[in-house]
Write a protein that binds this ligand. Structure first.
Ligand code: PGA
Length: 264
């Protein structure tokens, strides 16, 4: 299985010129990584310019570097409804050349009160439009009673409720413990913790996606993934890639993560 490294730029950078320059810096290295699929998720506004301003190969299905969005709404205007002020449909995203969409990021769940049901509707709409979905899950804290495992289970079960089996080949699970996001590399989850969670996620996925597909779904880790911790997380944590926030805005750091991953 090819590793997947996703750059989540969040609400950065403030200028399109800077977005183009960071993207160009990443693309130079990412396009040479044969064992890694790189997905850059800028703010919506930059998708068109990044798709067209750089090489024509970006966004093509055979390219090593793909574009993705950080969210999508649950209704496609193709279905005849478009009265959703401020929202972006999966079809609009597809037209920019985006191949992926992040859904259910904890910052949206927490700050914008995105529920499991909303996440589920968004995942369905994104799959209908033919996008690949990076489905984010993760607990707020690790309590001694292991209540967090139940929380993860419910996120998975409700998020994937009623999804057609054919779509699971387009699913990536991003495990992002909220307590590890936006910190320093040393604050990321441990390889042992990630390994254990990966096994739990696959066990939870099995009745939903079927035994045959359970092991084909990539599980990537997010939460202060940096050049200093990715090797151990890959080797001992058993993850298939990373969802990278702050380090993805610095091409030197992000490219280091790409190279380390490509060499494993
Ligand atoms: P971080 O962000 O790498 O800055 O922790 C990850 C994320 O929120 O996706």
């Amino acid at each position: 299985m090819k590793k997947i490294i996703v750059a989540n730029w969040k609400m950065n950078p403030q200028k399109v010129e800077d977005a183009k320059s960071i993207f160009a810096g990443i693309k130079k290295v990412a396009s040479k990584m044969s064992k890694v699929e790189t997905v850059v998720c800028p703010p919506f506004l930059y998708l068109n310019s990044l798709g067209s301003s750089t090489s024509k190969s970006v966004g093509k299905s055979n390219s090593q570097v793909k574009l993705g969005a950080q969210d999508a709404f649950w209704v496609n205007p193709m279905e005849g409804k478009g009265s959703f002020t401020g929202e972006i449909s999966p079809d609009m995203l597809k037209m920019t050349g985006a191949k992926y969409v992040i859904i259910g990021h904890s910052e949206r769940r927490e700050n914008l009160v995105e529920t499991n049901e909303m996440v589920n509707r968004k995942i369905k709409a994104a799959f209908e439009a033919g996008l690949k979905v990076i489905f984010c899950i993760g607990e707020k804290e690790r309590d001694a009673e292991h209540e967090y495992l139940r929380f993860i289970k419910i996120e998975i079960e409700e998020g994937l409720k009623g999804i057609k089996k054919i779509n699971f080949k387009n699913l990536v699970i991003a495990y992002e413990p909220i307590w590890a996001i936006g910190k320093k590399g040393a604050d990321a989850d441990t390889p042992a913790g990630v390994l254990e969670m990966g096994l739990y996620i696959r066990k939870t996925l099995q009745p939903i996606v079927g035994k045959d597909l359970t092991h084909d779904i990539p599980i990537i880790y997010g939460g202060s993934a940096e050049p200093g911790n990715v090797e151990a997380l890959l080797k001992e944590g058993g993850v298939q890639g990373f969802l990278v926030g702050h380090a993805s805005l610095k091409p030197s750091q992000f490219n280091e993560i790409l190279k380390i991953t490509n060499n494993i």
